[in-house]
Design a protein around this ligand. Structure first.
Ligand code: C2E
Ligand code: CA
Ligand code: CA
Length: 659
């Protein structure tokens, strides 16, 4: 019974099914009313002469009007959007209407039976049969209504047919009932299929929605990956990869529109010491803070990138003339130089900036970048903490630099490199107590090239370590021919002490030569120390432990703090020649030399003054108590044989200096 009730009710547990049912059904409703109307009209017409007017005219007209209004309603609303709730309500009202209409049709058609002859009675039977079949068909998607109509029409129909006793009518009755049962069976199957189809379509839609959601998620994830791949995770600035992507794109655009495009590269000075002394988290804080300060200076036309380590970059679009660039560079330097709170204390770093501007220079994005980098390199060498815009002079230097690189790379170092030796003089005795070995390169292509020029190039291209070992071996062979109280002073590059491996290799050269390490003095510059203080300190200590002396070369020209000097196990300080040239004319120079000498005295370090060119300079230095000097006043750098000559027996006899 419950099951039957369920069959006769409109299901309301699946809103999507209700909607699908409603959609399919609403297309069929006008057809249903059409069938009803034509069938009624036809039956009324065949009985028009025999039955009373209220039966064949008025009632059909009333029902006709009703059917027409309903049809118009269905047609008008066929495309109107409905909610599942509205659809359910409409289906339910149709369901409720099914019974009265069915009953009405049965009663109406049966009430015509007494008036007609056999033909007309047959038409009534036909009316009932055709109507019920047509209606079942149209109500296919509303199972409950179809079943109500079937039951309400079929039972009376069959009874009336059987009642007549007419074999034709009885057969028709049985026939129609059987056909309707078959129709109902078809309807139930169809309804089940329809339900399944709707459900599987729903599942499919749900799967599609899920797929779309997954796709969106994946898209979001890959966007996120892309964002991360282009971002520096520490400073949250765009990273190196992004820099080159953007540069390539903006360069192409600038080339097309002949617009100005500028690249700025900056690199912190004094970052490594912070990292070494206060730890990596302090270093990280510095980088984050610098990133923040740079971002504060960025704009729509100025984007900021972290290229890696303590290196940052800018891409500037729009018109920035050199004045604006310098001003921006100065602002960056000022911002960077402000103290940074690292938690336990405050630290300070500085930065140098190099700019290169297209179309002034640069034939490709890479080229523009390289020139900005070269401008930075120039800034670091000559205007530390300042701004350099790549210009014609640098273009010339850069092309010379590249030429040197090319020739040096192909050079036969053993044949082309040689050493000269500049005497180091003890002021009191006038005796040569050692020689500083100075490199000379005679290239078959370029002629004689000054070490001031080729050493930085060799450093830049990573060939210096090889050159150092080669020259050191040769210097040690030469020094072995000198008297035992004459020492060798040999210049090392920052690269030579930048890694433990390089230092080990140097030591190996010393060991293999068999030369007494106590007769070797290595000269290192302040740059070597400021670049990586901790490693420099290790290297210096290592060399000192081997017995070698270490002097700090060019003292006063670089940026090493007294703190550095204090912490390194140095043996000598070499006061730069530039102070000596001005010692008589510039009181400041005099004072500097004097205080450095006092510092050396204090710290128990020997002091050497280099670049002594005149007797007058020597006099002042003597007054200041300088005991060891070097310079053209005593001797220019000499060839190996000449050097050997001056430390020969003649020197021991008191012949002080050579000319
Ligand atoms: P430095 O180590 O400061 O060497 C002293 C430079 O001053 C030498 O120039 C020397 O010839 C020059 N000099 C010596 N006395 C005087 C003087 O009284 N007045 C003037 N004006 N100059 C004087 P040089 O040989 O051209 O070397 C230049 C620089 O190249 C050196 O400066 C040093 O930094 C570098 N260098 C030279 N040889 C080597 C080497 O074998 N290895 C490395 N790493 N660097 C080297
Ligand atoms: Ca030197
Ligand atoms: Ca020097």
């Amino acid at each position: 019974m419950l099951k039957l009730m369920e069959f006769l009710r409109v299901p309301n547990d699946n809103p999507a099914l209700t909607l699908a049912q409603f959609k399919a059904f609403s297309r069929q409703m006008p057809l249903l009313y059409f069938i009803l109307l034509t069938n009624m009209a036809s039956l009324a017409w065949t009985h028009r002469m025999v039955a009373p007017a209220w039966l064949v005219i008025y009632l059909p007209i009333v029902l006709g009007l009703f059917c027409t209004t309903r049809t118009i309603g269905w047609i008008a609303n066929r495309n109107a959007p409905v909610t599942p709730e509205q659809a359910y309500r409409k289906l339910r009202s149709t369901n409720r209407l099914a019974a009265p209409i069915a009953v009405f049709c049965v009663l109406w058609s049966c009430s015509l039976l007494p008036y007609g002859n056999s033909y007309q009675n047959a038409h009534v039977a036909f009316f009932m049969a055709i109507t019920v079949i047509g209606v079942i068909f149209c109500l296919m998607h509303l199972r409950s209504a179809a079943l109500i109509v079937t039951v309400l029409v079929n039972i009376p129909f069959f009874l009336i047919m059987a009642w007549s006793g007419q074999p034709t009518f009885v057969a028709t009755g049985i026939n129609v009932v059987l056909v309707t049962i078959a129709m109902v069976a078809i309807l139930l199957t169809h309804y089940r299929d329809f339900k399944q189809l709707t459900e599987s379509r729903l599942t499919l839609m749900a799967q599609q929605t899920e797929l779309t959601r997954q796709h969106r998620e994946m898209e979001a994830l890959s966007n996120e990956n892309l964002r991360l791949a282009n971002m520096d995770s520490l400073t949250l600035l765009a990273n190196r990869r992004n820099f080159f992507d953007v540069l390539t794109r903006t360069f192409a655009a600038a080339e097309e529109k002949a617009a100005r495009l500028c690249v700025g590269i900056l690199d912190l000075d004094g970052f490594k010491p912070v990292n070494d002394m206060y730890g990596h988290s302090a270093g990280d804080r510095v980088l984050v803070e610098i990133g923040r300060r740079l971002t504060a200076l960025s704009s729509d036309h100025v984007s900021v990138y972290r290229l890696g380590g303590d290196e940052f970059a800018l891409i500037l679009t729009g018109t920035h003339d050199d004045g604006e660039l310098s001003a921006l560079g100065e602002r960056i330097c000022e911002a960077a130089a402000e103290t940074i709170d690292i938690g336990t204390c405050t630290v300070q770093v500085t930065t140098s900036v190099g700019f290169a501007v297209y179309p002034d220079i640069g034939s490709s994005a890479q080229d523009l970048y390289e020139r900005a980098d070269y401008a930075l390199y120039t800034a670091k060498r000559h205007h530390r903490g300042g701004v350099v815009i790549f210009n014609a002079a640098q273009a010339a230097t850069l092309s010379r630099h590249r030429e040197l690189e090319e020739v040096l790379l192909a050079a036969d170092l053993e044949r082309e490199m040689a050493l000269v030796y500049q005497p180091i003089i003890d002021v009191a005795s006038g005796r040569c107590i050692g020689f500083e070995a100075l490199a000379r390169w005679t290239s078959p292509v370029l002629g004689r090239v000054s070490p001031a020029e080729f050493i930085p190039v060799a450093e830049h291209m990573g060939r210096i370590a090889l050159i150092t070992r080669l020259l050191l071996a040769s210097a040690l062979r030469e020094a072995a021919t000198w008297p035992a109280d004459v020492y060798l002073s040999f210049n090392l590059s920052p690269h030579d002490i930048a890694t433990p491996e390089n230092v080990m290799r140097i030591m190996k050269v010393v060991e293999e030569s068999g030369f007494n390490p106590r007769r070797i003095n290595f000269e290192i510059t302040e740059t070597a120390i400021t670049r990586d203080f901790v490693q420099a300190a290790h290297s210096v200590e290592f060399l000192r432990n081997m017995g070698c002396g270490i002097s700090l070369d060019d003292f006063g020209t670089g940026y090493s703090s007294l703190n550095h000097v204090h912490k390194l196990p140095l043996s000598k300080i070499k006061i730069d020649g530039s102070f000596i040239t001005e010692i008589n004319s510039r009181p400041a120079s005099y004072k500097i030399v004097k205080s450095v000498l006092a510092l050396c005295e204090d710290m128990g370090l020997d002091a050497i003054v280099e670049g002594v060119e005149t007797e007058a300079e020597l006099e002042v230095l003597k007054e200041l108590g300088v005991s060891v000097v070097q310079g053209f006043h005593f001797s220019r750098p000499l060839g190996a044989a000449e050097a050997r000559d001056i430390v020969g027996p003649a020197l021991e006899e008191g012949q002080a200096s050579a000319g």
